[in-house]
Design a protein around this ligand. Structure first.
Ligand code: PMP
Length: 460
């Protein structure tokens, strides 16, 4: 660590921040009595703030992004080299890192062939929604225009993405939203909505079919799902769910869009979460882990069959995808993404993710045996959650303030963990763990050790 805090710098920084910065996801009243935290430096799994406190980061930059860890000089070098050579060009031309990264990415995604660049997860998802609407208008006589999304899933912060938001607290206040976005039920077995069904996975998938039949199959163009729901509670799919979901999509000619913004680039131990469940998607979107936060880049990936629908009539100016992302032309993105992918491969971080994910799950199960506040633990690779309940029998969710107290206790100890907050009324009760994919056994044990002490401190 190079950072040595100087008292005058700290005071100045904090005052500048307090006076002028509007933080993401923050109720600013708190900063009238406590100082805003300012992160200064990171190395590997660790971070230091302006006051010099050290943290072990169990959430990869707050929102499961920094998959390869902090302080990667080779990514900084690759970005620098590219920016000096050519920093930017957008519009209809391609680029050297753009072509190279697309080729390398597609090698990992059999069945998909085309990559469309933009710069955030929301934007990548909006591209899919726009493509679906354009296909509906040009190829389906105005039908196939509705978009299904799932309760508890999240797809971003823009209007289209919020129209497809299964987390009511994130979408409240900002409507009205565009028409034609329809919610299907969640698939969290722990909160089984079909107690009489013999097979939960089948029942949860069949609930999607019910919505399709209600809305009219001819009207539905897209089903958009997270492979493992992230901010909505780290929801791993029940057995049999994805097979049935795919059968339903085929039966009604509905395109399947997998939002890999969180699960993509190794987080679950495969390149993509959908590959864990044998899914054959028509669209895949990704952002966060694509360049691990070293540059802003997102990708909308699709099949040649979809791509072909946007070049059917060259004489018609409305036939192609009339969309641009200005910063989809910033070449820091694909340059960083290429090096990020090389690191994931050369350091076998997918293998490490599987091994460390197993350790994390074993540790969480162990905590569950000793702490009655944990009602359920779920996870895929280094993407784990522990749902806290006030009563194991009734599964009454733990109140949010107590879950937040566990997170705060860990933070005080220097371990940053997350929780599903500000998303689901009454259900912001899941602790989230998504450390960088470089985590060691000691890191994992340190994280769960802090949670152990926090649970004891809050619940006894
Ligand atoms: N999809 C999912 C599953 C996400 O978790 C997020 C962000 N948390 C997004 C999309 C939106 O990404 P961004 O914030 O980059 O727009």
């Amino acid at each position: 660590m190079n950072y040595v805090p100087k008292p005058n710098d700290i005071a100045g920084l904090i005052e500048a921040d307090r006076a002028h910065v509007w933080h993401h996801l923050s109720q600013h009243k708190q900063y009238e009595t406590v100082d805003p935290r300012i992160m200064i430096e990171g190395r590997g799994m660790r971070l230091w703030d302006a006051k010099g406190q050290e943290f072990l980061d169990a959430v990869s930059g707050g929102v499961w992004t920094v998959n390869v860890g902090y302080g990667r000089e080779s990514i900084a070098d690759a970005v620098r080299e590219q920016l000096v050579k050519l920093n930017y060009f957008a519009g209809s031309a391609g680029s050297e890192p753009g072509a190279r990264f697309a080729q390398k990415l597609i090698e990992k995604m059999p069945g998909l062939t085309r990559v469309y660049y933009s710069n955030s997860g929301s934007e990548a998802n909006e591209k899919v929604f726009k493509m679906v609407r354009q296909m509906a208008a040009r190829h389906h006589g105005g039908k196939k225009w509705k978009i299904l999304f799932r309760e508890r899933d999240y797809h971003g912060t823009t209007f289209g993405a919020l129209a497809a938001c299964g987390q009511p607290q994130r979408a409240a206040h900002y409507g009205p939203y565009p028409d034609g976005f329809i919610e299907v039920p969640h698939c969290l077995e722990y909160r089984n909505q079909y107690p009489d069904a013999a097979d939960y996975g089948l029942a949860a998938a069949n609930a999607i079919e019910d919505v399709i039949l209600r809305e009219g199959p001819d009207n539905i163009g897209l089903l958009c799902l997270e492979p493992v729901t992230a901010g909505g509670g780290v929801i791993t799919p029940p057995k049999g769910y994805w097979d049935r979901v795919q059968e339903i999509c085929k039966k009604y000619s509905i395109l399947l869009h997998i939002d890999e913004v969180v699960c993509g680039m190794g987080r679950t131990g495969a390149w993509f979460g959908y590959q864990q469940y044998g899914i054959k998607p028509d669209f895949v979107t990704m952002a966060k882990g694509v360049a691990s936060g070293y540059a802003a880049i997102s990708c909308t990936v699709t099949t040649e069959a979809v791509f072909d629908m946007f070049k059917d009539d060259p004489s018609d100016p409305l036939s192609y995808f009339r969309d641009i992302s200005t910063y989809g032309g910033c070449l820091a993105g694909p340059a960083a993404a290429l090096e990020n992918m090389r690191i994931l491969e050369d350091e076998d971080l997918l293998g490490n993710t599987t091994r460390m994910g197993e350790r994390m799950m074993a540790n969480l199960h162990n905590l569950m045996e000793r702490h009655r506040a944990i009602g359920d633990v779920r996870g895929a690779g280094l993407f784990c959650g522990a749902e806290l309940v006030a009563d194991r029998q009734t599964k009454e969710p733990m109140e949010e303030a107590k879950v937040a107290a566990v997170v705060a206790h860990c933070m005080k100890e220097g371990v940053i963990i997350g929780m599903t907050n500000r998303s689901l009324p009454g259900l912001n009760n899941t602790l989230c763990f998504s450390p960088a994919l470089i985590a060691t056994p000691d890191d994992i044990d340190q994280i769960t050790g802090a949670v152990d002490r926090a649970l004891t401190s809050v619940f006894g």
